[in-house]
Ligand binder design. Sequence first.
Ligand SMILES: Nc1ncnc2c1ncn2[C@@H]1O[C@H](COP(=O)(O)OP(=O)(O)OP(=O)(O)O)[C@@H](O)[C@H]1O
Length: 241
Amino acid sequence: MSTLMTVSRLDVRYGQKLAVNQACLDVAAGTITTIIGANGAGKTSLLSGLMGLAARSGSIVFQGRDVSDEPPESKVRRGMILVPERRELFGSMSVQDNLLLGAMAVKATRHSRRDRLDLVYKKYPRLSERRTQQAGTLSGGERQMLALGRALMGNPRLLMLDEPSLGLAPNFVNQMFEWIVGLREEGMSILLIEQNARLALDVAQYAYVMRQGEISPRADAAEMRSREDIAAQYLGPRRKA
Ligand SMILES: Nc1ncnc2c1ncn2[C@@H]1O[C@H](COP(=O)(O)OP(=O)(O)OP(=O)(O)O)[C@@H](O)[C@H]1O
């Protein structure tokens, strides 16, 4: 399987604070790679470092090209697209305008924007029904749907999802993860950051653990799920069926 992105010795700093320490990771094309870890372990900082949204050093090779020093907008144009933890939608704008913003950074003709919009509406009919509604009036689940739809408008090659389960009702979490699996089945490569390790390890092929800014070597997700130390720290008690 070919490698889509290779990250080597990535450091992310906030002033004196080193939030990510010499992180190395690979994302294989067409897979879901997850990074699990407790609150504050540095997962969000790692994504910020990858996108160039925080001070960082180290190297990022994407589709064979060194993009380490490129600004965020150029990474977006290459298809590195992040759905941030806080979703960052524009609450007073309509659903459709939020979606169209997702196509702004990429070179898209009006025609191809229209096609992508149709595709997103077909995937998420609820967004189509609410296309004229203000984003701020959507439910938590719908907002997450919109954030995902907006990312898809940018035609991602690597979709980076920061805690997609956060703040969602359990039913909607399951729905969200079905979409994530569906996107991968269509060939999308996904980097999934999750505190809900059980869910993440169930859908991923590869996994890393982050602890206090340091990232583990890569493991098969299935192998990681069966490790007792991981189960004890991150998986919690199994829910009764
Ligand atoms: N803007 C910032 N300025 C200073 N320190 C920060 C900033 N953002 C994060 N940190 C610190 O960096 C460390 C890693 O935080 P980060 O948010 O990356 O962890 P996380 O694993 O994503 O946790 P969470 O799940 O809560 O987002 C924490 O100690 C946090 O307090």
